[in-house]
Design a protein around this ligand. Structure first.
Ligand SMILES: *Cc1c(COP(=O)(O)O)cnc(C)c1O
Length: 220
C-alpha cells in the first residue's frame, strides 16, 4: 500500500491547478490498478508499444499521456486513444500524428517539446525551429492535431538555480509562442515540466503539469 500513500502525499502537496501525471513506465499493470483504485486516473508512459499494451489491459477511463520520445512509425499504436502527446519535437512527427489521428477520426492534443537542458541528449525544438514551423503554411494544413502547450526537461543536477533558470526559459518560450501564434486560442495553456527530482521547482516556476514516476512507484 506504499504506492497509495505516495500518491496521496503528492496530491496533498501539489496545488489543485497542477495536473499530476503518474509515470508508470516499466511498472506492471497491478501497480497501476492500485493507483487507479485509489482514484487517480492519469498516467504517463514513454514507449508506444508498452503504452498500447497497458491500454488494452486496463480500465478505459484512464487518461493516457505519451511523455517520451516518439518515433514516427510508432504513432499508430497510440493514436486511437492517447489523451496527450508531450514530446513533439519535429514537424515530421507532427505530420505523422496528424495523419494517424485523421484515420481514427480524432483530434490529438500535443505539446511541443523544447530543449532547455544543458545536456546534449535531450530532444526538442529551439525557439527558431518552432517559429519556423508555426509560421509555415504547411503547419496551417494540419487539421487533426491541437497544440495545447509546451514540455521540457531540465538538466539532471543538484544545482537548483540552473534547474529553475531552465524552467523559467520554458515559461518564457510558452509566453512568446502564446503571444505570437496562439493569442486567440484558449486551449494553448499547458506547461509540462518537473519530475520526481525537480517538481517543486517546476511548480514554483509555473508548471501546469508534472510528470512523476519514482516518487510514486519507487525506483525503476
Ligand atoms: C521517466 C520520465 C519521467 C518521470 O521520471 P521520475 O524521475 O521517475 O519522476 C518524467 N518525464 C519523462 C519524459 C520521463 O521519461
Amino acid at each position: 500500500m506504499i504506492i497509495t500513500e505516495n500518491i496521496q502525499k503528492l496530491l496533498s502537496e501539489i496545488p489543485g491547478n497542477v495536473k499530476l501525471i503518474a509515470v508508470s513506465k516499466t511498472k506492471p499493470a497491478e501497480q497501476i490498478v492500485e493507483v487507479y483504485n485509489f482514484g487517480h486516473k492519469i498516467f504517463g508512459e514513454n514507449r508506444a508499444q508498452e503504452l498500447s499494451e497497458k491500454f488494452k489491459l486496463l480500465p478505459k477511463d484512464i487518461e493516457w499521456h505519451m511523455i517520451g520520445h516518439l518515433q514516427t512509425n510508432k504513432v499508430k499504436y497510440i493514436a486511437p486513444f492517447v489523451y496527450l502527446i508531450h514530446g513533439v519535437d519535429s514537424f515530421k512527427l507532427l505530420q505523422f500524428i496528424d495523419k494517424e489521428a485523421a484515420k481514427c477520426n480524432r483530434i490529438i492534443n500535443c505539446l511541443l517539446q523544447f530543449h532547455i537542458a544543458k545536456e546534449e541528449t535531450k530532444f526538442g525544438f529551439d525557439m527558431n525551429e518552432s517559429s519556423q514551423m508555426l509560421g509555415s503554411s504547411d503547419f496551417g494544413l494540419l487539421q487533426n492535431i491541437n497544440i495545447v502547450g509546451v514540455m521540457g526537461m531540465a538538466t539532471l543536477t543538484e544545482n537548483t538555480q540552473l534547474v529553475s533558470d531552465e524552467f523559467r526559459e520554458l515559461v518564457y518560450i510558452f509566453n512568446q509562442l502564446k503571444k505570437t501564434y496562439f493569442s486567440d486560442k484558449t486551449d494553448f495553456k499547458e506547461i509540462s515540466m518537473g519530475m520526481s527530482g525537480d517538481y517543486k521547482i517546476a511548480i514554483e516556476e509555473g508548471a501546469t503539469m508534472v510528470r512523476i514516476g519514482s516518487l510514486i512507484f519507487g525506483e525503476r
